[in-house]
Design a protein around this ligand. Structure first.
Ligand SMILES: Nc1ncnc2c1ncn2[C@@H]1O[C@H](COP(=O)(O)OP(=O)(O)O)[C@@H](O)[C@H]1O
Ligand SMILES: [Mg+2]
Length: 255
């Protein structure tokens, strides 16, 4: 098997007496959409925060393409290919779509002390912004203010901003939150298209979406992983049915 892009081993995070994430093993491969599901408070966002470097783990290890990156900061991991979006919007509303994407691109290329690189960086971040908007389906909205975008387009912009940092892994926390059916299906199409060339970790509540788009699903309960497998394996997993998804009359998962 190829080396995973991201590999978490025994990843644990405690907040005082509360263990939000408890010894999670998780592997994220290239060309894969790996969904993490679980009820509110299961530890999904905390897990993403550790994978992106926003929170240091209390215990455990994180490897990026085989290299031990445990304890690396979020900016350092971002420079090495880990992009993320947030559960809350993280965009600059008074700026245009393109300006938001350019800032995201620059945040990765940032080497402010090398001033003579300024013009080149500027061209490069413009090109990266254009490509990211194209891939995220926002090219036609490049000049619009972010504040004028519909909710679904704002989430697309978040993905575009993430793409502008040229990530190899995309960590997406509830990208479908608050979306209507049409916006959701547009976003799912976008994610399917990004699978090629990226490793995608998706935290999502919408079970229909998860089961339709994911190659692999990991189920968390109280900070721990209770099952990980293909959508079919998860659908028919007894422990998952009992703990999380609820039992359907025919014994299958109602998705
Ligand atoms: N910064 C924090 N400080 C204290 N407790 C936290 C913090 N972040 C999350 N928690 C707690 O950790 C648990 C897991 O939260 P979270 O990772 O946000 O779950 P999920 O994203 O699955 O809903 C919850 O009980 C939450 O209250
Ligand atoms: Mg969350």
């Amino acid at each position: 098997m190829n080396t995973p892009i991201l590999q978490a081993t025994g990843l644990t995070r405690r907040f005082g007496g509360l263990t939000a994430v408890a010894g999670v093993d998780l592997s994220l491969g290239l060309h894969e959409i790996h969904a993490v599901i679980g009820t509110n408070g299961a530890g999904k966002s905390t897990l993403i925060n550790m994978l992106s470097g926003e929170l240091p783990p209390s215990e455990g290890h994180l490897h990026l393409q085989g290299r031990d990156v445990t304890g690396w900061s979020q900016p350092r991991l971002a420079r090495h290919g880990i992009g993320r979006s947030y559960q809350r919007n993280n965009i600059f509303l008074p700026l245009t779509v393109r300006e938001n994407c350019r800032l995201a691109a620059q945040s990765r290329a940032q080497r402010a002390w090398r001033l003579w690189e300024g013009a080149r960086n500027c061209r490069m971040s413009g090109a990266l912004a254009d490509e990211a908007m194209e891939r995220a389906g926002l090219a036609a909205h490049a000049g619009r203010l972010a504040s004028e975008l519909a909710h679904g387009q704002k989430r697309q912009l978040e993905v575009a901003m993430c793409l502008a940092t040229q990530p190899v892994a995309l960590l997406l926390d509830e990208p479908l939150a608050g979306m209507g059916a049409e916006e959701s299906s547009r976003m799912l199409g976008l994610l399917r298209g990004l699978r090629e060339g990226h490793a995608i970790l998706l935290v999502e509540h919408d079970m229909d979406a998860v089961f339709s788009v994911a190659d692999r699903i990991t189920v968390m309960v109280n900070g721990a992983v209770i099952a990980s497998g293909t959508p079919d394996e998860i659908r028919t997993n007894r422990e998952v049915q009992l703990a999380y998804l609820g039992e359907a009359e025919d014994g299958g998962v109602p998705v």
